[in-house]
Design a binder for this molecule. Structure first.
Ligand code: ADP
Ligand code: MG
Length: 716
């Protein structure tokens, strides 16, 4: 049989049953996937120790002979217990295995081996529960190899109920034994400069280290490989978009007359980001840019100016919002910002899935004919039935609700349209580089002047239950002063979470009932101090026209207190809203709380944010809430989020499952490494865009992209 390659199918080395189980459990298809399934940790066998001198609690290895084997049923619970007694001539030790009768086939009286485990105590005697062992034909071999084996770490793999760690270990052994030459993804000189290992050695050392010190250098090498493959792949993707031909869209009268209508000056950040975008739009390659900035920093305004620029040459712009409410609101505020004259020229049009069929047909016609130059909508804009006359610019609002695939689907609707992604979720630099490495990133850091600011407080009900009443006193005061108040709940009804709405609660608190919108509405409407207060509710299960009607009334000042789920999280703009009360604040992520807080203090009215929580002092849930109250800097909070929640979640949410997750790389801890890999990758690609001279890297990128495609398909 020819030597295995990383892209050989798993079936070449494993029997079908095991291969299928690995595919099902971990999505592995090839030998390279199996070998990229790295040990989670390593168990150490421990020093070779005579039985007579064992200390309870120590991890040790013993060379001994089996003197008896017995199996008995358990008295108090189902199952059987296998008890094996071993002796090294000086002392005796019992080994116990629960429900592992099959081991009787190999653990037979008279056999010798090395047994490793943690010394326990049972009824006065010492024992090993479920030890690791290695049997030998004779004691001589045992003595010779035991010393070497004792220091050899045992890899422990991420496993599932169906595929145990030792099944994986065995599969990996087979793969490594059969593996031929590996084309190194790291160029020789890079490897030398960083004193990294050849790829084959790194795999060998991470899966079967001779000593524990072998592991770290192997991980370091594989981490660099992962970073380089990822960055080179992203840069190639970026180059592929750049190679497309876009029609240059110079600015003209339309944008000028819009600017002339503005009653304020652009902030410095808005001006410079605006210039970057304006320059992107006159280039002959498509813009592919992410603009991040706090809620209210003026991103929408910048996007609108970009729309006006492409409209000059008859190009259409599509703005995609994550919800119907937001799409409708965007349309209204765009029409208002444009004013009647520009609106008449550009015919801003709403196109969403829930519009009445006749309206929708009319809207679709205006879009297809090119009459409407600004189109605002939801996912419906992606449906096959929507066609554009000349789609020049796609603006995606609130990227974190929007996946890479959808961005691509929309891109496919025009001939290489420019793409602008807006996000109010500040993205740490390395995450941006890792997840959005194919986008240019611009940041609007400062808010327009004249914002009154927001004060944030935690209402810690665990210690101060009476604050619950004071929260509502504050709300009533704000309403009395003519302001509007939002109350956000983690659920619609008690214990019925809105799907996809609340974050997965990771803390023990998850079992506690949450406040529901309905419950809170009932409670508040019965309080005497709210007798004159106009209270309404808003949540995702309401029909969208009803939601729209509620939001319209809120915007018009006809609602004093709105009780809602996180449907109000993004984009809703009510300058008169002063207060954000979040109940069960610990149920929300850091970024989400920050986002919610951004809904108030948007006008000249000072904002107040009350984070109500029952989480105990010092619990992770409470820490999250305290972190939000402690700062208004979204970038700081994004880093906190990354640390507290673990980056799996952050990356997962950011990339919408389109990219398979990182293996050894950690975006925070490996920030420098990732930046370095990006530099290395761009130097390599500058000389050799197709990586002809680096087949190892080229193949690794291909395998990785394949994984992504498979992961994306699996999700759909
Ligand atoms: P974002 O989309 O980032 O949340 P918007 O573009 O919706 O922000 O702007 C928020 C509000 O601030 C809008 O009412 C907008 O008209 C206003 N605004 C935007 N830029 C400025 C500025 N430079 N000065 C004053 N107000 C501004
Ligand atoms: Mg906005």
């Amino acid at each position: 049989m020819p030597p295995l390659r990383l892209d050989s199918p798993l079936g070449d080395v494993l029997d079908d049953k095991v291969a299928k189980a690995l595919t099902k459990a971990f999505g592995m298809a090839r030998v390279g996937d199996l070998l990229a399934h790295y040990p989670r940790r390593y168990a150490l066998r421990g020093e070779l120790t005579p039985i007579a001198s064992l200390t309870v609690g120590e991890q040790v290895s013993i060379v001994a002979e089996i003197v008896s084997v017995a199996e008995r049923r358990m008295h108090n619970r189902r199952g059987s217990l296998l008890e094996v007694v071993i002796s090294d001539g000086e002392g005796q030790l019992s080994l116990t295995f629960f429900n592992q009768s099959w081991r009787m086939g190999e653990l037979r009286r008279g056999r010798r081996g090395m047994f490793s485990g943690k010394v326990g105590e049972f009824r006065g005697g010492k024992q090993f529960a479920h030890p690791d062992y290695q049997l030998f034909d004779d004691l001589e071999t045992a003595a010779q190899t035991a010393q070497a084996l004792a220091s050899r770490p045992i890899p422990v793999y991420p496993a599932t109920a169906a595929v145990a760690t030792w099944t994986i270990a065995k599969a990996v052994e087979g793969a490594l034994d059969g593996l031929g030459e590996v084309d190194d993804p790291l160029p020789d000189d890079l490897r030398r400069r960083h004193a990294l290992l050849p790829a084959r050695t790194a795999l060998e050392h991470i899966h079967r280290p001779s000593v524990i010190d072998d592991v770290a250098p192997a991980q370091q090498t594989l981490r660099m490989q992962e970073a380089l493959v990822l960055q080179a792949g992203l840069l190639q993707q970026r180059a592929a978009v750049a190679a497309l031909h876009a029609r240059p869209r110079p600015a003209g009268e339309l944008r000028e007359s819009f600017d002339a209508r503005l009653t304020f000056a652009l902030t410095d950040d808005q001006a410079s980001v605006g210039e970057q975008i304006a320059a992107d739009l006159v280039a002959e390659r498509p813009m592919n840019r992410l603009v991040q900035g706090e809620v209210g920093s003026g991103k929408t305004l910048i996007a609108l100016r970009a729309m006006l620029q492409v409209a000059e040459s008859g190009g259409q712009a599509a703005l995609i919002a994550p919800t119907e409410v937001l799409a409708a609101q965007h349309l209204r505020s765009i029409a208002a910002m444009l004013g009647p004259d520009l609106s008449a020229k550009l015919i801003p049009t709403l196109l969403t899935g829930q519009m009445p069929a006749a309206d929708r047909r009319r809207a679709a016609l205006r879009v297809a004919s090119g009459q409407s130059l600004i189109v605002v909508g939801t996912h419906a804009l992606l449906s096959a039935t929507t066609t554009f006359a000349d789609l020049a610019l796609v603006v995606v609002d609130e990227q974190h609700r929007f996946g890479v695939e959808q961005r691509d689907a929309l891109r496919a609707k025009g001939t290489a349209p420019h793409v602008l992604v807006l996000t109010a979720t500040p993205i740490p630099r390395t995450v941006a580089m890792t997840v959005f490495g194919d986008l240019d990133v611009s940041t609007i850091r400062t808010l327009p002047p004249g914002r009154a600011g927001i004060e944030s407080f935690v209402a810690p009900l665990a210690e101060k239950p009476s604050w619950f009443g004071r929260v509502w006193d504050r709300a009533a005061e704000e309403v009395a002063a003519g302001r509007q108040v939002f109350v956000v709940c983690a659920a619609i009804d008690v214990d019925v979470d809105e799907p996809g709405d609340a974050p997965s609660a990771t803390d023990a608190a998850a079992s506690r009932p949450t406040w529901g919108v309905a419950q809170v509405a009932t409670l508040l409407s019965q309080l005497p101090r709210f007798a004159q207060v106009r209270i309404e509710i808003l949540h995702g299960r309401m029909p969208s026209d009803e939601k729209d009607a509620v939001m319209r009334r809120v915007a018009a000042g006809e609602v004093d207190l709105l009780i809602a789920t996180t449907v109000i999280e993004v984009g809703v703009d009510v300058p008169n809203a002063s207060t954000m009360i979040v109940l069960d604040a610990d149920r929300f992520g850091v970024s989400q709380l920050h986002q919610l807080r951004g809904r108030v203090g948007r006008g000249s009215v000072p904002g107040l944010c009350l984070l109500v929580t029952e989480a105990a002092v010092g619990s992770p849930a409470r820490e999250r809430v305290e972190a939000v109250a402690a700062t208004l800097d979204g970038f700081v909070l994004a880093e906190v989020d990354l640390e507290l929640r673990g980056e799996g979640d952050v990356l997962g949410a950011a990339q919408s499952g389109a990219r398979s997750s990182l293996r050894l790389l950690r975006v925070v801890a490996d920030a420098d490494l990732i930046a370095e890999a990006r530099d290395e990758a761009s130097v390599l690609l500058a000389d050799d865009p197709q990586l002809t001279a680096h087949p190892g890297l080229r193949d690794a990128i291909e395998r990785r992209l394949d994984d992504d495609t498979r992961a994306a398909l699996g999700k759909n």
